[in-house]
Design a protein around this ligand. Structure first.
Ligand SMILES: Cc1cc2nc3c(=O)[nH]c(=O)nc-3n(C[C@H](O)[C@H](O)[C@H](O)COP(=O)(O)OP(=O)(O)OC[C@H]3O[C@@H](n4cnc5c(N)ncnc54)[C@H](O)[C@@H]3O)c2cc1C
Length: 427
């Protein structure tokens, strides 16, 4: 740790807030161009992958999509799905490949404009910068419903970001609430470990792992879906609000079919609605959610079929999915937590963003930054790594290189306009 005179403000041409894959990617471009910069990271680089994923976590996206700048996946399993430790090793390898200037254990507490510079207040004093890249991901505040306060005190409750493994929960049955990627995979993790799981199902879509001889991701890649800019998406920027499709990379990759889990003894419910005394209550929509998730998965297959036909591609045919199970007409809508021996609840209903520490007039009424491909209306202020910032891959491994390169060009152009050399002296 370097020490700093009290009150002194250290200057860098560019400061990057966050040392995940996004912050490190823009650092790679800046370092290569010799532009003085510093990455400030609250914890340790790659913190989210190291500390906010459960033990059996593995990528949902295939390894070949891990394409950090100058550091494409080079392992022997491009069509596989790295496990948590391998992802961390991949990121560590990326860091070792170019030695970015990072200060770990430094939290940025406020970002504000001061005359012609950005002022960055941190847990170790103030910095200033000509330009700032906010690369803090999109998952800041774990969402837990207010009703959680009504859960009997002896039932352990955690958010998905705190879940480690089945053994870390007390013995007994488990209620998992939410069926985005995390909820489905955590429910499966518990289920495979022999725990009886009750699952509050929501309206997340699903996607098949493979279809007609290939990973669906490979088809979508060939179909250029991953190049589709957000402003050309049928939902426009509304796609940023959508829950990810559930599927898994576990054990080499497979579908997640909640109907199959139900046949194997998992108890499915509709959306979690609240708690009355010892009873958790759920909505009536289970059948609709399962049907809709399947319909989305089948519609993706439809578009693959069309693509195959239009391009006269030779691909094996494949029978379509037939639902394995249907909820009974008297589908359970209440779960007596005590009578069922529920020992733990895992809330898997996502995260909220928190940019409240940024004092710049760039946010909309809901606190989302206005930007075009990460460039805001405030000169020299950028975002990187937001989900669907520009394309599907923006908040993932696959698209971060493209977005980082774009911002780098912007940063370099602003420097050129200001008469600042590309190769600058370190402050
Ligand atoms: C459960 C889950 C599964 C995912 N699975 C996949 C997948 O299979 N494939 C894929 O490509 N993507 C996946 N993603 C999406 C994405 O790749 C990850 O979220 C990834 O961590 C995003 O990288 P990032 O650099 O944008 O943000 P982060 O990794 O979140 O990094 C941001 C960094 O900023 C730091 N920070 C935050 N605030 C401050 C501050 N005020 N001061 C200083 N530092 C700060 C944090 O400590 C953190 O290290 C998944 C995400 C989640 C949540």
């Amino acid at each position: 740790m370097h020490t700093q005179e009290p009150g002194a403000v250290r200057h860098h041409s560019v400061i990057i807030v966050g040392g995940g894959q996004a912050g490190l990617s823009i650092s790679w471009y800046l370092k290569k161009a010799g532009i003085d910069h510093l990455v400030l990271e609250k914890h340790q680089v790659g913190h989210a992958w190291r500390n906010e994923r459960w033990d059996s976590f593995c990528l949902v996206t295939p390894n070949w999509q891990c394409n950090l700048p100058g550091y494409p996946y080079a392992g022997d399993d491009p069509y596989g799905f790295m496990k948590k430790d391998e992802i961390v090793a991949y990121l560590d390898g990326f860091v070792a490949s170019f030695q970015p200037p990072v200060r770990e254990g430094v939290t940025v507490t406020r970002l504000s404009r001061e005359a012609a510079l950005w002022r960055i207040d941190t847990s170790e004093g103030a910095y200033s910068a000509d330009q700032v890249v906010v690369a803090v991901g999109g998952y800041h505040i774990p969402v837990v419903p207010r009703a959680a306060e009504r859960l009997p005190a002896d039932i352990v409750q955690i958010h998905s970001s705190q879940y480690l493994n089945p053994q870390s929960l007390p013995e007994g049955e488990v209620l998992v609430v939410g069926t985005g990627q995390s909820g489905c995979q955590i429910a499966e993790d518990l289920h495979l470990a022999g725990r009886r799981v009750h699952l509050g199902v929501g309206d997340a879509p699903r996607v098949a792992r493979t279809y007609r001889g290939k990973d669906v991701v490979a088809w979508l890649d060939e179909m250029k879906y991953y190049d589709l800019p957000v402003d050309q998406h049928p939902l426009g920027t509304g796609v940023r609000e959508k829950t990810n499709h559930y599927v898994t990379g576990r054990d080499g990759g497979r579908d997640i079919d909640l109907r199959k889990f139900a046949l194997e003894g998992m108890q499915l419910y509709g959306k979690f609605e609240g708690i009355d005394g010892d009873v958790a209550r759920f909505g009536a929509g289970l059948k609709g959610y399962l049907d809709e998730a399947d319909a989305v998965s089948e519609s993706i297959k439809d578009s693959i079929d069309k693509f195959i036909a239009a391009n006269q591609i030779e691909a094996p045919t494949e029978a379509r999915y037939v639902p394995l199970w249907q909820p009974p007409s008297d589908q359970a809508r209440a779960l007596d937590l005590r009578a069922s021996g529920i020992a733990a609840v895992v809330w898997c209903i996502g995260f909220r963003t928190d940019f409240s520490w940024i004092n710049a007039p760039v946010f909309d009424g809901r606190g989302y930054p206005g930007h075009v491909r990460g460039v805001t209306a405030a000169e020299g202020l950028y975002f990187l790594g937001l989900p669907w910032q520009y394309t599907w891959g923006s908040g993932r491994f696959s698209g971060i290189d493209r977005d980082a390169r774009y911002l780098f060009d912007h940063i370099a152009a602003l420097r050129a306009q200001a008469g600042q050399p590309l190769m600058s002296q370190a402050a």
